[in-house]
Ligand binder design. Structure first.
Ligand code: GLC
Length: 559
């Protein structure tokens, strides 16, 4: 099952580990309570100091920065008002150039978030477009006349709640926004708008960025005739957006043509990557079309199989199985547990009946993410076991894009998973030295125990477990590019799977519970397994295949 890359050269975005930084809360170097680029530069050595045997680095290969462009921050950067500039909150273009150079010196690639489904309503393009019906940019956004009764032009909704149409007085027309009303959607049918965006993409590629994560890349396309979306029969999702078939405002065929055009630009440059957030209903099946008919769209398509799975081996394996079956030939999977839009996995999965052992869950989750076939993407703080801050008082909520929407039930605010990175047990968890300033979001109160400094010193910490797994990936071809094959077909308490190339075989055993007997369905040689990483067995020891596992055991063994 699955594709061995065989003679293909290993690409950095296939074998490396990507680390997502939420710049607002990663590190604050100037003491104003908000994260910044100089802060990230200070912490690059923690991410990867360039020494493969480092005792203090995580060892990741690329950073993906949530948006750093100029923005009024209604959606915390996902509302860009100037694509060519860095937000004052984060620093200057020069700071960014230093970040790029310092990252590259350490072998860290830099991936930018590219938010081009929409701009901020404060972007000069929208300011001009909304000023009249006949200005040069009048068609750069989706403008429609009111319905005959003066109401909205059609039934398209905003993902953040309510109608997707907002009335503009100057034009006496409505504009469409998939997200907040301050985030008007760009009209990609307009070739001038398209040219302007493509030019901007080249600007950042010329600067030397290593690729992009395309934000909301499945909603670029909109039907030219603005036809009504059919309503899903009997659907009662709390977010009304999900109660429609998004036939006409999402994932239209032209969406793929557009991503191909962006990919063509990327391919003019050497060694760059195009990742996309696919954000679709039928998530797994549809996501595969984002690789393109000839692998000419995204290099990596983000789908939400782990975030949407319960903490249950069979379900997780089923998702992996499906992805193995449907990932197109020559395409490469990618997985993540957490990002800035969803509760962190240790908060999502803590409800389950086996959650007496959060460290065990953290280790098992880390092992799955870092040993499954595909590129792993980590979200800052995941490697130290950060959980959501569920005690943020309403007056400190920063996720205004959702909170400010007027009607309907909405996705929950996302701030809990965006709190400051916990570096040490000093003031503000070492995120910000500013004594009299409040951090952008309140630090989780568990920071005296859960922080980088402390966990680096504890051999059995979750951070050191991540470090070992990342190192094992680096050193073992089977973990980087090998096929994936399960040894238990309907797993109940244990996962057991192999990753293998012609030259090497690695066996991954994960116990989700206290259940010890290990029953695997397939024959596999019993002797001479070397322990690569384990939370119960001695590293490097040669052992026989265990007949039983310790409670919550995670062991990665090599033949
Ligand atoms: C994506 C981002 C999310 C943002 C939205 C609108 O889903 O991940 O944070 O709010 O797009 O840009």
């Amino acid at each position: 099952m699955g594709q061995d890359l065989k003679s293909n050269a290993e690409q950095w975005w296939q074998t490396g580990v990507i680390y997502q930084i939420y710049p607002l809360t990663f590190v604050d170097a100037n003491g104003d309570g908000v994260g910044d680029l100089q802060g990230i530069i200070k912490k690059l050595d923690y991410l990867n100091d360039g020494n493969p045997n480092s005792e203090t680095s995580l060892g990741i290969d690329a950073i993906w920065l949530s948006p750093i462009n100029q923005s009024p921050m209604i959606d915390n950067g996902y509302d860009v008002s100037d694509y060519y500039d860095i937000s004052d909150t984060f620093g200057t273009l020069e700071d960014f150039e230093i970040l790029l150079e310092e990252s590259h010196k350490r072998g860290i690639k830099v991936i930018l978030d590219l938010v081009i489904n929409h701009t901020s309503n404060q972007h000069s393009w929208f300011v001009e477009s909304s000023s009249s019906q006949d200005n040069p940019k009048s068609d750069w956004y989706h403008w429609q006349d009111p319905a005959p009764d003066g109401g909205v032009p059609n039934n398209w909704l905003s993902y953040f709640g309510g109608t997707g149409w907002t009335f503009n007085e100057a034009r006496k027309q409505y504009y469409f926004h998939t997200f907040n009303k301050n985030q008007p959607d760009i009209n990609w049918h307009n070739t001038e708008a398209k040219t302007a965006i493509f030019q901007m993409i080249r600007f950042w590629l010329d600067k030397g960025v290593d690729g992009f994560r395309l934000d909301a890349s499945s909603v670029y396309s909109k039907d030219k005739y603005y036809r009504y979306n059919p309503v899903k029969f009997g659907a009662t999702d709390k977010n009304n957006y999900h109660n429609q078939h998004h036939l006409y405002d999402k994932n239209l065929p032209e969406n793929h043509q557009l991503i191909q055009e962006i990919r063509n630009i990327i391919d003019e440059y050497e060694d760059r990557v195009l990742i996309g957030e696919t954000f679709i209903d039928n998530r797994l099946y549809d996501s595969t079309i984002f690789y393109g008919i000839n692998n000419d769209e995204l290099h990596l398509a983000f789908t939400f199989e782990f975030p949407l799975s319960p903490w249950y081996p069979g379900y997780l394996q089923r998702e992996i199985d499906k992805k193995e079956l449907i990932t197109p030939k020559g395409a490469w999977p990618t997985y993540f547990l957490d990002n800035h839009d969803i509760p962190r996995h240790l908060s999502r999965w803590i409800e389950c009946s086996l959650c007496t052992n959060p460290l065990g869950i953290a280790q098992a989750a880390a092992a799955i993410l870092l040993t499954v076939r595909g590129t792993p993407v980590l979200y800052y703080g995941q490697e130290i076991g950060m959980v959501d801050n569920e005690d943020i008082p309403p007056e400190k909520i920063q996720d205004k894009a959702i909170v400010k929407s007027e009607t309907g039930e909405l996705p929950p605010p996302r701030d809990g998973a965006r709190t400051p990175m916990q570096w040490n047990d000093s003031i503000n968890a070492g995120f910000s030295f500013g004594k009299d300033v409040e951090p952008w979001l309140p630090v989780h109160q568990n920071y005296p125990e859960v922080n980088v400094e402390r966990e680096l010193k504890e051999p059995d910490s979750i951070l050191n477990f991540y470090r070992q797994l990342i190192k094992a990936r680096k050193n073992n071809e089977a973990l980087r590019i090998g096929n994936w094959r399960t040894l238990i077909h309907y797993p109940y308490e244990h996962l057991a799977y192999v990753r293998e190339t012609k030259a090497e075989r690695v066996l991954i055993l994960i116990n989700f519970s206290y259940e010890k007997d290990l029953t695997i369905d397939e024959h596999i040689s019993k002797d001479n397994w070397q322990v690569l990483v384990s939370n119960v067995r001695e590293t490097d020891k040669i052992i026989n295949l265990p007949a039983s596992l310790e409670a919550f055991e995670v062991s990665v063994l090599r033949k």
